[in-house]
Design a binder for this molecule. Structure first.
Ligand code: PEP
Ligand code: MN
Length: 422
C-alpha cells in the first residue's frame, strides 16, 4: 500500500511529503506551512504615534479579525524605530497589500522560532546595533580583554591602562561572580563599581562587560554610573548558569539602557539557549550579543569545556545577533601546543576565522593573586601578541569571505551548462 510519510524541515518549519516510488525516494514540498502566524510591519523611521497616518494604520489593523497587534518602539539617538507585530491568522494577509498601508516601510513574515532575533524570509532587519559609540554587528569585531573578577583597585587600573596603551575601548570586569562553592569569593559587588567606572572613564573605556546575577544589580550599576558621571557604558552579561533564569531574563529584557551579552547555557541545547536570548528581545531589548563559551562535558577534556566555536556561523545563520566567543571559560587553561601557541589563542583564532564578532577574554596583572580563574588568565605582556594574532585571524576570515564572493561571481558569469549537449 502506498503510504506517504511527512517530515518536517526544521530550517523553515514546513512539511514535506516523503514518497517512495520505484525504489526512488523524493521529497515534495506541501503547502502545509503551519508556522506563518506572525507578521512584522516595520514602520517608516520616526513615525509619530500621534500622527493621523499612524492612527489610520491602527484603525485598519483593528479590522483584521482574529489578529492582535503589539507595538514595539526603540528610541535611538538619531531615530525612533517602531514595529507592529501582527499575531494570529496572518496567513490570510498578503505582504504586498499590507506594505501599502500608511506608515509601513517593510513587512516580514516570521516563523515561530526566534521571532524577534531570528532571520526570516525576506528579512533585511539590521544585524548590528550601536552602544556608547561602539558598533556591535555580525560584521564587526570587538575585543573585551579584562579581569574575570575585580579584586583590587590597583589591578583594575593596571588593566585599563594597558588596554588604553593598545587602543582598546572595551573590557570585562566581574563585580558579581556566580561561584560553584558558596565559600568562594563572590565578587566585590556594588562596592567596587565606583572605582571601576571612574577608572574606565580615565582610560577611555567605553563598554564594560559585567555579569549580573540578580535584578537588584541593575539598579546598583545604574546608580554607580550616574554617580561617577556616566563616563563609561556597561554591557550586562547573563552567565551560562543563568541562561534559563527566565525571570531575570525578562527584567533585563525590559530595560533598554544596557545591551546584553547572553552566554550559551553549558548543559542545554543550542535551541534552548537561543530561545533564552529571545526572552530578552521579546521583552523589548534587541541589543543582544550571543556568547559561545563551551559545553560542560568530559568529552572536552583536558579543556575546561568542550569548545563550541564551530557554532559561530550556525548562530549567525539562524539569528541576527553578533556572536561572542569566550576562549577563557571554554579552554580554561594556559596550556600551549608544541608550536608555542596557547590553546586559548588557538581557540580564539578558530572562532575569529569563522566570523566571530566579539572576544571576551580573561587577563590579569598577577594571575597567582587572582581571586577567580587565575589559571586561565593571560598576562599583560601577552596583550599585544593576542591582538596581533586576532588581526591575523580576522584578515584570514575577510579573505575567505572575499574568496567566496569571487567564486560566486565567477559562477554567475559562467555559461549555463545545464543546457549543454554532449
Ligand atoms: C564569566 O564570564 O565570568 C563567566 C562566569 O562565564 P560563564 O558564565 O560562561 O561561566
Ligand atoms: Mn571566570
Amino acid at each position: 500500500m502506498h503510504r506517504p510519510a511527512f517530515i518536517m524541515n526544521h530550517s523553515n518549519g514546513r512539511f514535506f511529503r516523503l514518497e517512495s516510488w520505484a525504489g526512488i525516494s523524493y521529497v515534495d514540498e506541501l503547502a502545509l506551512s503551519f508556522q506563518n502566524y506572525l507578521m512584522i510591519l516595520i514602520l517608516v523611521p520616526n513615525t509619530r504615534q500621534d500622527s493621523p497616518e499612524y492612527k489610520q494604520l491602527l484603525a485598519h489593523l483593528a479590522n483584521f479579525s482574529g489578529i492582535s497587534t503589539r507595538v514595539h518602539t526603540e528610541v535611538g539617538a538619531e531615530q525612533t524605530l517602531s514595529e507592529i507585530y501582527l499575531i494570529g491568522n496572518t496567513k490570510v494577509l498578503s505582504i504586498e497589500d499590507v506594505r501599502l498601508l500608511p506608515c509601513v516601510d517593510r513587512v516580514v513574515r516570521v516563523s515561530e522560532e526566534y521571532r524577534v532575533l531570528g532571520r526570516h524570509e525576506n528579512d533585511d532587519r539590521p544585524t548590528h546595533f550601536d552602544y556608547n559609540g561602539v558598533r556591535f554587528g555580525q560584521d564587526s569585531l570587538n575585543v573585551f580583554a579584562g579581569l574575570c573578577a575585580v579584586d583590587t583597585i590597583e589591578h583594575v587600573e593596571i588593566m585599563m591602562k594597558v588596554l588604553k596603551d593598545h587602543g582598546q575601548v572595551c573590557t570585562r570586569m566581574g563585580a558579581y561572580k556566580p561561584r560553584t562553592s558558596p565559600y568562594a569569593f563572590q565578587g566585590h559587588g556594588k562596592t567596587c563599581l565606583p572605582y571601576v567606572f571612574d577608572l574606565a572613564g580615565k582610560y577611555g573605556i567605553k563598554v564594560i562587560a559585567m555579569e549580573i546575577t540578580h535584578e537588584s544589580h541593575l539598579e546598583e550599576i545604574r546608580n554607580a554610573l550616574y554617580q561617577t558621571g556616566n563616563t563609561t557604558g556597561v554591557m550586562l552579561q547573563i552567565g551560562t548558569r543563568n541562561t534559563q533564569n527566565f525571570e531575570l531574563l525578562k527584567i533585563v529584557g525590559r530595560q533598554q539602557d544596557f545591551p546584553v551579552l547572553i552566554k550559551r547555557g553549558f548543559g542545554i541545547t543550542l535551541d534552548e539557549s537561543l530561545n533564552a536570548a529571545e526572552y530578552l528581545a521579546s521583552e523589548g531589548n534587541r541589543k543582544v550579543v550571543f556568547g559561545l563559551r563551551g559545553m560542560k562535558t568530559n568529552m572536552g577534556d583536558p579543556h575546561r569545556n568542550f569548545v563550541d566555536f564551530t557554532h559561530v556561523p550556525v548562530v549567525k545563520r539562524l539569528t541576527r545577533m553578533p556572536i561572542c566567543i569566550d576562549p577563557s571559560h571554554s579552554v580554561g587553561t594556559r596550556a600551549s601546543s608544541p608550536d608555542g601557541i596557547l590553546d586559548i589563542m588557538h581557540a580564539t583564532a578558530q572562532g575569529i576565522i569563522a566570523g566571530a564578532n566579539m572576544v571576551l577574554v580573561d587577563f590579569h596583572p598577577a594571575p597567582s593573586k587572582a581571586l577567580v580563574d587565575g589559571p586561565q588568565a593571560l598576562l599583560m605582556k601577552e596583550l599585544p601578541q593576542f591582538l596581533e594574532d586576532i588581526q591575523i585571524a580576522r584578515e584570514a576570515y575577510q579573505k575567505r569571505v572575499a574568496l567566496v564572493e569571487r567564486y560566486r561571481g565567477e559562477e554567475s558569469s559562467m555559461p549555463d551548462r545545464s543546457i549543454a549537449t554532449f
